[in-house]
Ligand binder design. Structure first.
Ligand SMILES: NC(=O)c1ncn([C@@H]2O[C@H](COP(=O)(O)O)[C@@H](O)[C@H]2O)c1NC=O
Length: 519
């Protein structure tokens, strides 16, 4: 049922668009009640307004802590029309039909580096959420607007419907409002948990915002949607702009994220990462993006078909042209896409092209979440990185400078390969990747088979393992394949046996002291 709006309460911190909105409300004959600062702004703009304190007979007090917390306000919002009319009249409570409120800017306040606890606390809005929740609860009789973006729609409907709003609109505004106050309280609880130095608070409140819904999830019988953080950092899949192509699927987004996060680990030279089913199937660094693409593709052209390709530099025209000439690709993602590359790619309109924006640093901070039945696993993201100075040479022979460069390269790749992960590489190019096997030896075997199938030469390559070798068999197999140097975390009770095997084969072995399981 439509409800006629006769009286509005307006109390906003963010005054964007409020003057124009209220002017038009007033022109429609709607009476406006308002709080201190908002009332002043409206009055200065010659909009008829009654100050809330004149309406209630109580002044604003305690530095604004109490302004609207009065039965004449809350009774006016919460009173059920047709049920509470008598009691409202008996207590001189006028109905309030429209509540326009936005809250003290808590999140903006705490995002300032110099914000202290006292300032944060004073920026917790009490009266605003109370009015919003009251109006949202009473959506049967009252409309509530919390987003300036909704002013235009509300005005249009009021004008089209003789100052009334439909039940559907009031319900939708109510839903938006409860989500708004929930978000607000989440921000407060998260902030206070941080102040309390609780890395993992007693109650975990998460707020993500719907970015898009998808036709289906990992499989066609699963529904799916993509939610983003409020302000995702530039250089992330959530912040990426899609320049062209079909809508992204659930698997596209997961794979593009894996590819992008992997390619971020490489900053020294142009690098390309090709991902298939969440695993890198080819990674290479080179002097040009085109060469990096060419060499990453060479690792496993079979798997690269229908893959996701990520770059760490602006995608240029020549590389874009070579990709679409050579292969079927689902998604291409780069920090930037040149005009020439865009032009070339536009010939293949189905290819999804994403511009992620520049990133700062090689890792994305924050938590990782994994849903398990009845619960949620939470951990820090695997942002561990090691450099040449962090590794320990444990074999008799130290790696050559060339081997060391390749060892650090394959180690970076192994971090993004599902466990058990084995990565062979040479000249900053992956030669064979063994992923997701239940035994490390089989991952190594697969890496060797892949290399052989694609005609890549393993002898002279180096090898990374995401976790330690439990037995010497992995090293014996590597030696048989012609591997000359190995990088792994170390830490097995049989380390001595494993190191002895390396020495027997004249393999250079280094320990990272850091494991990179990825499930
Ligand atoms: N305390 C109260 O009764 C109260 N009532 C409304 N507010 C907030 O005061 C702000 C508007 O203040 P002003 O109109 O004075 O600029 C709004 O963000 C509104 O949510 C209040 N402030 C804090 O709780």
């Amino acid at each position: 049922m439509n409800k006629t709006i006769k009286r509005a309460l307006v109390s906003v911190s963010d005054k964007t668009g409020i003057v124009d909105f209220c002017r038009q409300l007033s022109e429609l004959g709607i009476v406006i009640l308002s709080t201190g600062g908002t009332a002043k702004t409206l009055a200065e703009n010659n909009i008829p307004v009654t100050d809330v304190s004149d309406h209630t007979g109580f002044p604003e007090m305690m530095d604004g802590r109490v302004k609207t917390l009065h039965p004449k306000i809350h009774g006016g919002i919460l009173g059920r029309r047709g049920i509470d009319d008598q009691v409202m009249a008996a207590h001189g409570i006028d109905p309030i039909d429209l509540v326009v409120v936005n809250l003290y800017p808590f999140e903006q306040t705490i995002s300032k580096p110099d914000c202290d606890l006292e300032t944060a606390i004073e920026n917790i809005d009490i009266g605003g959420p109370t009015m919003i929740r009251a109006a949202a609860k009473n959506y049967n009789d009252v409309a509530v607007v919390v987003e300036p973006a909704d002013y235009a729609g509300v005005l249009a409907e009021l004008k089209a419907q003789h100052n009334s709003l439909s039940l559907a609109t009031r319900f939708k505004l109510s839903l938006t409002s409860f989500a708004h106050t929930a978000r607000y309280d989440t921000a407060i609880a998260t902030y206070l948990a941080k102040i309390n130095e609780q890395a993992f608070p007693e109650t975990l409140n998460l707020q993500f915002y719907l970015k898009e819904t998808m036709r289906y999830g990992e499989n066609p019988h699963q529904g799916a949607a993509f939610y983003r953080e409020k302000t995702p950092a530039s250089g992330t899949i959530a912040a990426a702009a899609q320049l062209q192509g079909k809508a992204l699927s659930y698997n596209n987004i997961a794979d593009a994220d894996a590819a992008l996060e992997c390619v971020k680990s490489f900053d020294e030279k142009p690098t390309c990462v090709i991902v298939k089913h969440a695993n890198p199937c080819g990674v290479a660094e080179s002097d040009s993006l085109l060469a990096a693409y060419d060499r990453s593709y060479a690792t496993d052209p079979t798997s690269a078909f229908g893959g996701i390709i990520a770059f760490n530099r602006e995608l240029d025209e020549a590389t874009a042209a070579e990709i679409i000439k050579r292969q079927f690709v689902e998604v291409i993602i780069a920090p930037k896409v040149s005009a020439g590359a865009r032009n070339v790619l536009s010939a293949k309109q189905n290819v999804r092209v994403l511009e992620a924006g520049a990133w700062q640093g090689s890792v994305t901070p924050g938590f990782d979440f994994k849903r398990v039945a009845g619960g949620l696993l939470v951990q820090d993201r695997d942002n561990g990185r090691i450099g040449a100075s962090d590794i320990k040479v444990v074999s008799k022979r130290a790696p050559t400078a060339e081997e060391l460069g390749d060892l650090l390269f394959v180690w970076k790749v192994a971090k993004f390969v599902k466990s058990n992960a084995i990565v062979y590489g040479k000249n900053r190019q992956t030669i064979g990747i063994g992923a997701g096997q239940m035994s490390r030896v089989y991952s190594a075997k697969i890496a060797g088979i892949k290399a052989a199938d694609e005609g890549l030469v393993v002898p002279g390559s180096v090898m990374a393992s995401d976790a330690f070798f439990p037995f010497r068999d992995g090293i014996d197999a590597a030696a048989a394949a012609g591997i000359t140097a190995v990088i792994h975390p170390g830490g097995s009770i049989r380390d001595e046996e494993v190191i002895a095997a390396a020495d027997e084969h004249n393999i250079a072995m280094v320990f990272t002291g850091m494991r990179h399981f990825r499930h």
